[in-house]
Ligand binder design. Structure first.
Ligand code: SAH
Length: 355
């Protein structure tokens, strides 16, 4: 049975789905979900992420975490954690560059939070020799000082969408019309979680119900020691419909191919900062600025010396893609968490600075 047939049957029996229920099944249904069944990353996949564009991304993040590890007195052992590690490329690049910092790799225990069996297998191959431990959720992570990265993880967490209607909100639902999946709006209801959204009638806003729990769980660990670098595309306070489906590098209607396309939504960084609780949150910092401050251009120049022709052109394009405001540099943002009173990781603005 296809996921579409399964969802049509479910809607016929139990009624329309929230966008979050739809997104959760599309991405992570145990046998028919997008991530559970495939490796979607890279030029031959459906989308490309920063670590797959260039090794420089993982190198900058690895050095950033290693600096924070030194700032916090080189805890040994510590958990080197990645949420949603994709192919394991980012972790492999961080470990390679981490060898430049004496004791860092030796003290690191690798812990990966990954829901997809297909991607766990790929990560195991990429990280041969590093003996990672996999977990289903952040709550299962060990009780150790935690140095964590999450790149394009929060954008895969299911969102609910609401349209303002006077003092109330109409939730966007997935239903069936003439045998096809279609969007509809529920009757107006109060939604206390959206009270801070002062937007005109008819405006859509999104809420990611799982996000606060994930961030609080990380923040609780970081309060005891460590740092987190959360990187994703999004803005401060979500507004508008950002649900997006990508298949074969091309956007499509999110209802066209359930389970066959990547579904993501922009991350609301205000919601991340609000949930960071006991930890200290940095300001939301643009990825391009962050990578420049960490020295990506010097690294790009050093790598360029060994390259000519097409390889050199591809390398220059990769640097531009990661940092330029018209490419990923402005849309992607970084927010860091650190223990109260500890130095923030290099590269991010302190809360209260311009973002
Ligand atoms: N960070 C990687 C991959 C991003 S794709 C990169 O930058 O290349 C999103 C990743 O998160 C995939 O590995 C996917 O399987 C995983 N993922 C998505 N939702 C998840 C969830 N709810 N729990 C755990 N892993 C999840």
């Amino acid at each position: 049975m296809s996921l579409r047939d399964l969802l049509l049957g479910r809607i016929a029996t139990t009624g329309p789905l929230t966008v979050a229920d739809y997104m959760a099944d599309c991405l992570l249904h145990p046998t028919l979900g997008y991530y559970t069944t495939r490796d979607p990353l890279g030029a031959k996949g459906d989308f490309v992420t920063a670590p797959e564009i260039s090794q420089m991304f993982g190198e900058m993040l690895g050095l950033c975490l290693a600096q924070s590890w030194m700032d916090q007195g080189r805890p040994d052992p510590f958990a080197l954690v990645e949420l949603g590690p994709g192919r394991g490329t980012l972790m492999a690049d961080m470990l390679r560059v981490g060898r430049a910092v004496p004791g860092f790799v030796e003290a690191a225990r690798i812990h990966l939070v990954e829901a997809s069996p297909a991607l766990r297998a790929v990560q195991g191959r990429t990280l041969t020799g590093h003996s990672p431990t996999w977990h289903q959720t952040v709550d299962d992570l060990p009780d150790l000082p935690t140095f964590l990265v999450a790149n394009e993880f929060l954008d895969a967490l299911p969102i609910r969408q609401y349209v303002r209607d006077g003092a109330a909100w109409r939730e966007r639902l997935v239903t069936v019309q003439d045998g096809a999946l279609t969007f509809a709006l529920a009757p107006p209801m109060p939604v206390p979680e959206l009270a801070h959204h002062d937007v005109p009638d008819g405006t859509m806003v999104e809420r990611c119900p799982a996000l606060p729990g994930v961030v609080q769980s990380i923040a609780g660990r970081i309060e005891q020691g460590g740092v987190a670098l959360i990187i994703d595309y999004g803005h401060w306070r979500s507004q508008g419909d950002t649900l997006q489906a990508l298949r074969d590098h091309t956007p499509e209607d999110p209802l066209t191919t359930p389970g066959g396309a990547d579904l993501t939504a922009h991350v609301d960084f205000e919601a991340v900062a609000r949930a960071s609780g006991p930890a200290q949150a940095s300001a939301m910092t643009r990825q391009g600025v962050f990578l420049e401050r960490l020295g990506i251009t010097a690294r790009a120049q050093a790598l360029a010396r060994g390259l000519t022709g097409d390889a050199l052109a591809a390398h220059v394009a990769a640097h531009r893609r990661l940092t330029h405001p018209a490419e990923m540099g402005d849309l992607f943002k970084v927010i860091a968490l650190a223990p109260p009173g500890a130095p923030l990781p290099p590269g991010v603005d302190a809360m209260g600075d311009l973002t």
